[in-house]
Design a protein around this ligand. Sequence first.
Ligand code: BMP
Length: 213
Amino acid sequence: MEKRTRVILALDVTSSEEAMRVVGAAADYIDAVKTNWPLTLAAGPEIITQLSKVKPVVCDMKIADIPSINRLIVEQAMARGASAVICHGFPGEDSVKACVEASKGSVYVVTEMSHPGGKQFTAPIADRLAEIARVAGARGIVAPATRPERIAALRAIIGDLEVISPGVGAQGGKASDALRAGADYVIVGRTIYQANDPREAARQVAEEARTVE
Ligand code: BMP
């Protein structure tokens, strides 16, 4: 995944036509697309393959099962053209390791979640989840743009691993704050795909990202 704009588009639309329209419009200002369950269930898993011809796809199924099932899910996602997957860390190190092996290291582990409820259960164990990501050999973690100070703290635990950070725009976070706190990429969904002009919305996020070294 090239690090050019440092913007990952969260493509949570519910048809393949809409998905291809938005990604086409935003393409110049994003480095990758993140697919989640809404689009995958609406358009079918072949949308992963279709999108992968335009941009690298981070397949966000928030995988959270026993190791053997995690492995099967990741193999299917990679076979469809995903460049990376996202898994949960709370099922334990063995479950994360299964994802790491099946994706050849292209896994991001969710730590503290960005929504208000993320403080309830994920925040208290986020440091340990970040540690699991590091020990298991993940590519990086998912950390909240809504709490940039937490990005900085989690970054200190993971060293050189990547941080991808959702919660920008609709959830109240700022792209520049997240990047300044140590995120490598920001993940942006509604601010781009619900905009009247998704290209212009993506351009504005990329422009803001560019202000941070
Ligand atoms: P939006 O920019 O519309 O709020 O979308 C955020 C995206 O990031 C969604 O796809 C969501 O699943 C994901 N996400 C998040 O918002 N917070 C997290 O802690 C982890 C996520 O993957």
